[in-house]
Design a protein around this ligand. Structure first.
Ligand SMILES: [Zn+2]
Length: 250
């Protein structure tokens, strides 16, 4: 059993060990990707909900203002109607033409005020209608996003519950695997692995090409890889190359 760094290991054993480490590390990478997107989605939703909440309260206060405006104009109309009534009564008692004309002007003025306020009320009402529609819309979206957020949070929790355990398990397995691999090889592995986004430092030969960078591998080199007597790196990307049958479980 090769539990410590054994200098007598064959190259084939070393390649198998390295490939096993790569398999563990790739599993860890997959877990990170799985988790990596959900927290971002949750954050985005939280931002959206705050934005929609602001929109809802702005619309509500705008509608409130329009309501106040409408009430003010209704009061103005009431007042103008009262005055008009008073002027009409006075007109029945006028003594001369001049007084009559003055009252007629006052009456006209009040009637104009009533017309103007009526028009303003109509405008307020149609604005309110538009704002109410937007408000309903925003509230609907708000509700929808809140439900989305709840669902995502539950999903994230579930994944974390699973991945956290899995990650700990894989990390332990990875640490154990690293202990049996030669330091020099491990350093090269880490260096290549960190250089690529997909974290691949060991690649298989697939369809006569490197499984990491997809460049063609000459037949002579493929033959040497298959013999497993030398550690061979891809001349294009530096990944350690193994023949695909080595990756099959023994
Ligand atoms: Zn390559």
């Amino acid at each position: 059993m090769a539990t410590t760094k054994d200098k007598d290991l064959t190259i084939e054993d070393r390649l198998r060990q390295l490939y096993a480490l790569q398999a563990i590390d790739s599993e860890i990478d997959k877990l990170q990707i799985l988790k990596g997107e959900l927290p971002m989605e949750v954050n985005d939703l939280e931002d959206e909900i705050v934005g929609l909440g602001t929109r809802v309260s702005k619309l509500e206060s705008a509608i409130q203002d329009l309501e106040t405006e409408k009430t003010n104009h209704l009061n103005k109309i009431k007042e103008a109607e009262m005055l008009a009534e008073r002027y009409k009564k006075k007109m029945d008692e006028v003594k001369n033409n001049r007084e009559f004309e003055a009252l007629t002007k006052e009456l006209e003025y009040q009637e104009l005020d009533i017309k103007l306020s009526t028009k303003k009320i109509r405008t307020s009402e149609s604005n309110m209608e538009i704002k109410n529609e937007s408000l309903e819309n925003a509230k609907g979206k708000w509700e929808e996003k809140k439900n989305d957020l709840e669902a995502k949070k539950v999903e994230l929790e579930k994944i974390k519950e699973k991945t956290d355990k899995e990650e700990i398990k894989l990390n332990k397995k990875g640490d154990k695997q690293r202990k049996v691999i030669e330091d020099r090889l491990l350093r090269a592995y880490d260096k290549v692995r960190s250089a690529y986004r997909n974290g691949l430092a060991v690649a298989t030969v697939e369809r006569d090409s490197c499984g990491g960078c997809f460049n063609k591998i000459p037949p002579q080199i493929q033959l040497e890889i298959g013999m497993r007597k030398k550690i061979i790196a891809c001349e294009h990307c530096g990944r350690v190359l193994v023949d695909s049958s080595l990756t099959e479980k023994k």
